[in-house]
Design a protein around this ligand. Structure first.
Ligand SMILES: NC(=O)c1ccc[n+]([C@@H]2O[C@H](COP(=O)([O-])OP(=O)(O)OC[C@H]3O[C@@H](n4cnc5c(N)ncnc54)[C@H](OP(=O)(O)O)[C@@H]3O)[C@@H](O)[C@H]2O)c1
Length: 329
């Protein structure tokens, strides 16, 4: 009989945290190209509960019941016959694919393609927070021209800088040499300044709503992580050749992006979808190891209380990352 493990699953769309069920299910078996990982810690991202809410219906998730979550740190316990770069005993950080998820469990199946070794200087919790939030922030900034060779000196705006993506985004933009303006609620202004933001706007003030830079700068690159902020809100403050990366792929935002592609304007508006790459995950892990990038933890919950982590993320007011600890406390 297959060995059993604890896992958190849901069996249909909708229902939020109350629909998460704690189960004992068989430990998954990795195919030749994958590896089995004993999960130390996982983190929750808005995409996890948005998939439960039906955002990718009917393609996501792959099937019900579904074990959600994509971000883990853990220890490799078994590798498929074609896996060459990892071995049992390796401590890793991995992004699991969105369709199959699997992070909210004692064991998960990871692909070497989206896994990197976790150095001892990076804690399992810090590692587990990096994949979706860190990779998305890095992807938006690099697609917007930041290449970390010292040549970027543009003005960057990061909205909802207190969220998982934003807390990494502010720091990565500073590593990349940008002048950073960030928006957040009043309670988080000092935190966001401590992450390196040059200017911080309270999003509830008139200037914050209009995204007006206190020093009058126009933005060359915008990472729009705040779902309440639209292209129309940003455009008056966008530089003539500025580019916006929109993180919320709503039908309306997709339409606006398509319309702008047809326009002659040099101000661009692109909807960003995460395309995970292990070399980017490696870059993030190294920045954490070198002390250049830190993770802001909103809260931690044991696997037995994963529904509380889900609820916390879904309420939309997390400051930094929401963590689920599995073996790691
Ligand atoms: N397209 C992609 O591939 C992709 C990838 C990753 C994330 N995303 C999306 O990006 C968004 C952000 O993700 P996340 O993980 O950073 O979310 P999060 O951690 O849940 O963000 C929560 C934070 O956002 C702040 N906030 C909310 N509305 C705001 C506003 N109008 N202005 C300024 N701050 C605001 C909240 O501050 P207060 O509590 O003070 O309100 C809170 O601190 C989500 O919608 C997520 O689905 C997309």
């Amino acid at each position: 009989m297959a060995e059993l493990m604890k896992a958190v699953q849901y069996s249909s769309y909708g229902g939020g945290p109350a629909a998460l069920q704690h189960k004992e299910i068989p430990v998954p078996a990795p195919d030749a190209k994958k590896m089995l990982v004993k999960v130390e810690a996982a983190s929750v991202n808005p995409v996890d509960w948005k998939i439960q809410g039906g955002i990718g219906r009917p393609l996501l998730p792959a099937k019900f019941p579904h074990t959600p979550g994509t971000d883990i740190a853990g220890e490799v316990v078994k590798v498929g016959s074609e896996v060459k770069d990892f071995a049992p005993g390796d401590k890793i950080v991995a992004w699991l694919d969105t369709k199959h998820g699997g992070s909210l469990a004692e064991y998960a199946v990871a692909s070497p393609k989206y896994s990197v070794v976790r150095p001892s200087e990076v804690s399992p919790i810090d590692g587990a927070c990096l994949p979706v939030a860190g990779l998305t922030a890095l992807q938006g900034l690099t697609n917007g021209g930041m290449n970390f060779d010292g040549s970027f000196s543009g003005n960057v705006l990061i909205t909802a800088a207190s969220g998982g993506v934003g807390t990494y985004g502010v720091q990565i933009a500073k590593i990349g040499g940008a002048h950073v303006t960030a928006t957040c609620g009043e309670r988080n202004i000092d935190l966001i300044k401590s992450l390196g933001a040059d200017e911080v706007l309270d999003y509830k003030t008139p200037e914050g709503k209009k995204l007006i830079s206190p020093s009058g700068k126009k933005y060359d690159l915008v990472l729009n992580t705040a779902s309440a902020v639209s292209f129309a809100d940003i455009q008056p403050q966008l530089a003539p050749k500025g580019i916006v990366f929109e993180l919320n792929p709503t039908p309306k935002n997709l339409l606006v992006a398509a319309a702008r592609k047809l326009s002659l304007s040099k101000q661009r508006y692109n909807v960003l979808l995460l395309a995970a790459e292990s070399r980017n995950l490696e870059l993030l892990v190294n920045w954490v190891k070198e002390g250049k990038l830190r993770t802001i933890i909103d809260s931690k919950y044991p696997l037995a209380k994963a529904e509380d982590a889900w609820k916390k993320s879904k309420e939309g007011h997390a400051v930094g990352k929401v963590v689920v600890t599995v073996t790691e406390e």
